[in-house]
Design a protein around this ligand. Structure first.
Ligand SMILES: [Zn+2]
Ligand SMILES: [Zn+2]
Length: 313
């Protein structure tokens, strides 16, 4: 994208975000009470971290809605999957996608919504708590950054109702836990509160840690890095320098040791016919002879097979 954004203003505290984020951090402290611990609650915490963070945020909000690196067959599957993203309590799809596309358009410059050049805390969670005038989620902001989603009435509906999905999950966890064996508070605290904090801080590490620490495989115009422990916590999203170099690639782990569980899932879904139109990075090796490079044109001949792509960095 080549659009520019007005110079950022002094950020103002978003009371709604602060109360929600602060409130859930305090509520998660209930996990320190041993009476609320259960092994089933811990299992739910880990499973829902994957379902709402790994599937909801990394697979759906990021690789599907922001970058359209693959397509569901049939397409409507993306709507209930988007609701899983809402359950991570990181806002609705239009807001998340707009902020992230702006991050790519202005990576680590003064109009980046979350660059660690303004400090680790700002990149990690400060930008979520303190909002600049240019970052408010207005209809104009959405029209500028995600006109494709604005056109979709279902995604507009999900955006307007996004807070209902995590609240419904909290209520469902409590009721199901009570029904299962008087474990309502345990499932709510571990599967709801602790899991949400866990999803927040692991996905936020992609904005903070992987623009600060790690190695760079590609010369991009930002400070993005590849960092194994963030990749481990975010199902492959920590191969972030690769991602900035090849933004629409469904696969972020590009070397054999860069394990990318989210791409493995996309690949598996393609094998069973659930997705198609997968876009993949074509990594150009400087010393390689031209004949060893696969032509993007010939790699695109099968409509349902992976498509290779190159991006200027
Ligand atoms: Zn980034
Ligand atoms: Zn991205």
């Amino acid at each position: 994208m080549t659009t520019t954004t007005a110079a950022p203003s002094t950020p103002k505290l978003s009371w709604v975000s602060a109360l929600y984020i602060g409130g859930l951090h305090v509520a998660a402290l209930l996990a320190l009470y041993h009476g609320y611990f259960s092994w089933s609650g811990l299992a739910l915490c880990l499973f829902l971290h994957w379902l709402t963070g790994g599937i909801g945020i990394c697979l759906i909000y990021h690789r599907l809605l922001t970058h359209r690196s693959f397509t569901f067959r049939p397409k409507w599957i993306e709507y209930p999957m988007t609701m899983l993203g809402c359950m991570a309590s990181e806002g609705g799809p239009l807001g998340w996608v707009s902020d992230h596309r702006r991050h790519h358009a202005h990576s680590d410059d003064e109009n980046d919504v979350h660059t660690p050049s303004e400090g680790f805390f700002w990149a990690h969670m400060g930008w979520f708590l303190f909002v600049e005038d240019s970052s408010h989620h207005t209809p104009e902001y959405f029209q500028r950054w995600c006109p494709d989603l604005v056109k979709d009435p279902v995604h507009r509906f999900i955006e307007k109702t996004f807070i209902l999905y995590p609240l419904a999950l909290f209520a469902g966890l409590y009721l199901a836990g009570q029904w299962y064996g008087n474990l309502g508070m345990s499932w709510l605290v571990w599967g709801g509160f602790v899991r949400t904090i866990f999803v927040w801080h692991t996905t936020w590490l992609v904005n903070s840690a992987t623009h600060l620490w790690g190695y760079r495989s590609h010369e991009t115009r930002d400070d993005s890095t590849n960092l194994w422990w963030v990749a481990a916590l975010t199902y492959g999203e920590g191969w972030h320098n690769n991602h900035h170099a090849f933004q629409t690639s469904a696969r972020h782990g590009l070397s054999w040791w860069e394990v990318d569980p989210t791409y493995i899932l996309i690949w598996t879904m393609q094998k069973v016919g659930l997705v198609y139109n997968i876009k993949l990075a074509k990594v150009r090796k400087a010393a390689a002879p031209a004949s060893s490079l696969v032509s993007a044109a010939t790699a695109s001949v099968t409509p349902s097979g992976p498509r290779l792509l190159e991006e200027a960095v």
